[in-house]
Design a binder for this molecule. Structure first.
Ligand code: TA6
Length: 292
């Protein structure tokens, strides 16, 4: 299969389809500047973005499992059509544990792109009986990776979904890490029965397990670990989840090192509350751009 995908979609020196961890097919993107990115067909899971002359932006656990039925612990899990346990589906939905199809690649002097597609499978249809199509496009530039999600309703009925890029960022030290851009917004505290609070400090700091859903947020955020600032610019993704498991929960996660909470933070962008309802024949588009 890899040879056929490489023959159809490979672009010499720009796009390669190879066997990744666990033998899972992965697409390696290389920009003329030297910037690199990796996405697995499994779950359309991005596991790496290294800007030109820079260091890895995303965190992947050393204990991450690369297996068909498991979500990869790190990078960007694609959460669709359900966030967390906010419905009857498996936690965080089925998109992150389903193989996506490679449908397109491209390369110009300043962009290398790949598009993956998820359509209903017998397993997904048994859980969520709607005719949907989800397209996921990565666009790699020298200093930025842009991720676009498009969900189309090809059914005769409306359907309602949530969509989140559950992004794990690598940080030098969680104690020195701040998230800027959410001051004054309302959040639901997932650790206190979704208690509704207002973010008052200028920046979010971390000293314990943190799990919050920020609503109707500004489109520009910054994650600064004291050595590097990662910029997030998003559109049509109103909600932001900020999560660090801290020590006790880290120990309960089998695919996460006990000490790894010290070197990661999740800042997730998407549409959670309210969920999105799509009429037949319409589509939803959400975009997030990561840059340093
Ligand atoms: O997005 C935050 C969250 O919902 C946390 O509550 C935590 O459960 C995290 O996602 C990871 O979920 P997972 O199912 O990947 O272990």
């Amino acid at each position: 299969m890899l040879e056929a995908l490489q023959a159809e979609f490979g672009l010499p020196g720009r796009v390669e389809i190879v066997a990744g961890h666990g033998g899972l097919p992965m697409v390696r993107l290389t920009h003329p500047s030297g910037a690199r990115a990796v996405v697995y067909l499994h779950g359309a899971h991005i596991t790496s973005f290294v800007p030109a002359g820079g260091r890895e932006v995303f965190f992947v656990s050393r204990a991450a499992l690369f297996a068909p039925e498991k979500a990869i612990r790190g990078g960007i899990p694609v959460i669709f059509p359900q966030f967390s346990s906010q419905g009857p589906l498996p936690t965080h939905g089925f998109a992150r544990t389903t193989p996506w199809a490679l449908v397109g690649t491209g390369a110009t002097d300043d962009r290398v792109t790949v598009t993956l597609r998820l359509a209903p499978t017998p397993a997904s249809a048994a859980l969520w009986p709607y005719d949907f199509r989800a397209d996921y496009t990565l666009s790699l530039a020298a200093e930025a990776l842009t991720v676009a999600v498009q969900v189309a309703n090809q059914d005769a009925r409306p359907f309602t979904f949530q969509a989140v890029l559950h992004t794990y960022f690598a940080v030098r030290d969680i104690a020195a890490t701040r998230v800027h851009g959410l001051q004054g917004t309302t959040y639901l505290d997932s650790l206190r029965d979704e208690a509704r609070e207002t973010e008052t400090p200028a920046a979010i700091a971390f000293a314990a397990e943190t799990d919050r859903i920020y609503l109707a947020t500004p489109d520009r955020l910054t994650i600064d670990d004291g050595m590097r600032a990662v910029q997030i610019v998003k559109s049509n993704m109103p909600d932001v989840v900020v999560w660090n498991p801290w020590d006790a929960k880290a120990q309960r996660l089998a695919d996460f090192g006990d000490d790894e909470y010290l070197r990661m933070v999740c800042v997730e962008t998407g549409a959670i509350t309210p969920a999105i309802t799509l009429a037949p024949g319409t589509q939803w588009d959400g975009v997030t751009r990561f840059s340093v």
